[in-house]
Design a protein around this ligand. Structure first.
Ligand code: GLU
Length: 293
């Protein structure tokens, strides 16, 4: 496993591209994948691929096949087998178990509408949304894990989690947030809140799986879009609690359309496959996203 490389000698730079197979890859994905690839190549390191199909209700094998196709066409390659989240549910269960053994989790039966109702009217200066969506009002916080059933999600108690161990920092090398960042307890409690670790009917949440996967793949430098910068504090917190290494982070700019809106999955007008069908070359794609050939 790549992770073992970290223990002996210089592991080099290990980066990853971690798409979710829920739609076609577009120019934004091309930029992310090519940037990670270029960074690994420039450092004589390794580029890894991971398929983030934890949400089986939205993931499709056709999209996964298309991801392999598009990335190969762009000139990228990666070691096999590819890590797929749907193969790793026991791994996430173990990490969740660890957090619950520490007394940091609770079952939550709230549906979206319950959360909206409990949150009440917006108050001046009180944030409503954080990197995990609606900041949870804490309705189920006192429920014991012994009550957890299939109807429940599992949440992290942020007050307890941020007091459990000294908080870590992380290094960021991206263009907007470059520098050293420290986790901040009040801000995690107030602007992030009790995040979901296990979604109802799923094997984990994005936050839990990404942290476990980056560690198991031995990722040294996480490269991903700026939209995930705020989520990084959650990931670094979980790494500290689970005793996992904290990689360096590089949050890159987002590719936007002519009106300045960032590209979305449904924006298949800019799908890589579409450009390719229309006769574009991989070098054209590089030029379109502002990367040197
Ligand atoms: N799977 C996520 C996405 O497709 C990326 C997650 C990450 O890079 O941490 O947006």
């Amino acid at each position: 496993m790549a992770g073992l490389a970290r223990r002996g000698g210089d592991p080099g730079l290990i980066t990853r591209f971690a798409p979710s197979p829920t739609g076609p890859l577009h120019l934004g994905h091309a930029y992310s994948a090519l940037l990670a690839w270029d960074m690994a190549r420039a450092a004589g390191g390794q580029f890894l691929l991971r398929i983030e199909d934890i949400d089986q209700s939205r993931s499709r094998f056709e999209w996964e096949a298309q991801i392999y196709d598009d990335l190969h066409w762009l000139g990228l390659s990666w070691p096999l087998p590819v890590m797929r989240q749907s193969d790793r549910l026991p791994r996430y269960a173990l990490a969740l178990r660890r957090l619950s053994d520490m007394g940091l989790t609770y079952p939550c039966r709230c549906r979206r509408a319950d959360i909206e109702a409990a949150a009440g009217a917006p108050q001046e200066g009180v944030p409503q949304y954080g990197p995990d969506g609606r900041i949870y009002p804490g309705t189920c916080r006192a429920r014991p894990m012994a009550e957890a059933g299939p109807e429940d999600a599992i949440r992290l108690n942020m007050e307890k989690a941020t007091a459990y161990r000294p908080l870590r920092g992380f290094t960021e090398t991206g263009p907007t947030h470059g520098g050293q960042h420290l986790l901040d307890r009040p801000s995690l409690i107030e602007t992030v809140g009790d995040i979901v670790l296990l979604r109802r009917g799923m094997g984990g949440s994005y936050h839990l799986s990404v942290v476990v996967d980056d560690a198991d793949q031995g990722i040294i430098h996480v490269t991903r879009g700026e939209d995930l910068f705020e989520a990084t504090q959650i990931h670094v917190l979980l790494q500290g609690l689970l005793g996992l290494p904290t990689p360096i982070y590089h949050h890159h700019r987002l590719i936007r359309d002519a009106t300045g809106k960032r590209l979305a999955k449904r924006d298949d007008a800019r799908a890589i496959a579409r450009y390719r069908d229309e006769g574009a070359t991989p070098a054209d794609i590089r030029a379109m996203v502002g990367l040197a050939g």
